[in-house]
Design a protein around this ligand. Structure first.
Ligand code: ARG
Length: 462
């Protein structure tokens, strides 16, 4: 008695139903079907070119696989868990359709190099969708930065008001984070774009295969160097998950800021109603659920990276079935990152900034105290002494309930005779930001210059 499996020849009994349920992956790897079929078609054509398959078989395989793809696209395909995975479901169906030619498809390959190829193709396709999405979001941040290039707000360290910055400058900071994530994705894509097929189970194959041809056919830059490494390597998936985790950490930080900024205590921004929800009990509430969910989903994506790292940690070469467990965390990171980026790309253009509130918060927070100290230093006072003088002035203004720039000149001069009426150009919010007028600084002029550089084109590595 045989087990009825494609690999069932040496088995005396059929797989236990529990083990079938335990070991199947088709419930989650079916989503690789397009990549699986693309890889199989290239493999079959190559086998035809090198004379391993007859032309008629190649044609039957290609036509059969193309028809199967159309069936799956149309929801007309019956996935069978007892056939384990996407690869064997498709191959079994092919053989049902075209007979013996279908059974020849797997010549010179193994599911081990097949699945490695499928996932690489899949992640590559995903990256090719994510990069333009990130560009779109980066573009929206640029537009928002331009709109708010002159908007004054407090900059924070320790979440305490530190120095005035421009809202545009803050948006460009977010954009920098995103651009680094973009570059990490592109970088990972370039590294992973090598063809695994040909490694077969682990050692290569006895057939006269033409790996370079398959690589070119599938848009790979070349072929992997070592068969043992090839079937075992999931670095590319880990790199993707690492980049996804970092990108989500960035989005989570933005979310945290938006959540704070949209509370009435800050009141810096207003998120569009359609990105918020209400409370079932408190009628006044408008909750920033979208940024909260992005912040929350970050936990999952960080966890997925950890899952993959631990998955690999104890594995000897070469392929181990453990690797089947790479897919769910990977797919989850893909889906979550993509959704969060989409949501941000939709939301960012509609963030409304309350410039008056932002300005008022900066003015109330002694955010120009450092400017006053620097002013005194320029007049010859040692910095430590200047620091002390300004500290006393701040204490006085706090008691008086006003900002430094609102103190009378004579009052200020009581703290240091070096103070003259040119001080007001320095300790106003505008004076403070305009003074930081160098590349990377917060001056509106620099924000505009940065935007102009960004609009001019790709100034940095992909
Ligand atoms: N479903 C398997 C996976 O995702 C495909 C490879 C199976 N290979 C094997 N030798 N059982 O890893």
């Amino acid at each position: 008695m045989s087990s009825g499996k494609l690999w069932g020849g040496r088995f005396q009994e059929s797989t236990s139903a529990l083990v079938e349920r335990f070991s199947e992956s088709v419930s989650f790897d079916a989503r690789l079907y397009r990549q699986d079929i693309r890889g199989s078609i290239a493999h079959a054509r190559m086998l035809g070119r090198v004379g391993v398959l007859k032309a008629a078989d190649v044609t039957a395989i290609v036509d059969g696989l193309t028809a199967i793809e159309a069936d799956i696209d149309a929801g007309r395909f019956e996935w069978k868990p007892e056939l384990e995975d996407v690869h064997m479901n498709i191959e079994a169906r092919l053989t049902e359709r075209i007979g013996d030619a279908g059974k020849r498809l797997h010549t010179g390959r193994s599911r081990n190099d097949q699945v490695a190829t499928d996932i690489r193709l899949y992640v590559r396709d995903v990256i090719d969708e994510l990069l333009p999405l990130m560009d779109r979001l980066a573009g929206h941040l640029l537009d928002l930065a331009e709109r708010e290039a002159d908007t004054l707000m407090p900059g924070f360290t320790h979440l305490q008001i530190a120095q005035p910055v421009t809202f545009g400058h803050h948006m460009l900071a977010w954009r920098e984070q995103l651009l680094r994530d973009r570059s990490r994705l592109a970088d990972g894509r370039a590294r992973m774009n090598q063809l695994p097929l040909g490694a077969a189970a682990l050692a290569g194959t006895v057939y006269p295969i033409d790996r370079e041809w398959v690589a070119a056919e599938l848009g790979f830059d070349g072929v992997t160097e070592n068969s043992l490494d090839t079937v075992s390597d999931r670095d590319f998936a880990i790199e993707f998950c690492a980049t996804a985790a970092l990108c989500l950490v960035h989005l989570s930080r933005w979310s945290e800021e938006l959540i704070l900024w949209s509370t009435p205590m800050f009141g810096f921004v207003d998120l569009p109603d359609r990105f918020c929800t209400g409370s079932s009990i408190m009628p006044q509430k408008k909750n920033p659920d979208v940024p909260e969910l992005v912040r929350g989903k970050t936990g999952r994506v960080v966890g997925n990276l950890n899952a993959l790292l631990v998955l690999m940690k104890g594995q000897p070469l070469a392929y181990n079935r453990d690797n089947q467990e790479d897919k769910e965390p990977l797919f989850d990171s893909i889906d979550t990152l993509s959704l969060c980026l989409q949501v941000y790309a939709e939301m960012v253009p509609h963030i409304r900034v309350n410039t008056a509130r932002c300005r008022e918060a900066a003015a109330r927070g002694f955010s120009t105290a450092t400017d006053l100290a620097d002013y005194l230093v320029k007049k010859g006072l040692p910095f430590r002494d200047a620091h002390h003088v300004v500290g006393s002035a701040v204490a006085h203004a706090t008691a008086a309930g006003c900002d430094l720039a609102e103190l009378e000149l004579t009052t200020l001069q009581g703290f240091s005779p070096l103070i003259a009426d040119d001080v007001f150009a320095v300790i106003t919010l505008e004076g403070s930001v305009n003074a930081r007028n160098h590349i990377g600084g917060t001056a509106p002029a620099q924000v505009r210059a940065a935007i102009a550089r960004a609009r001019k084109g790709p100034s940095r590595p992909a």
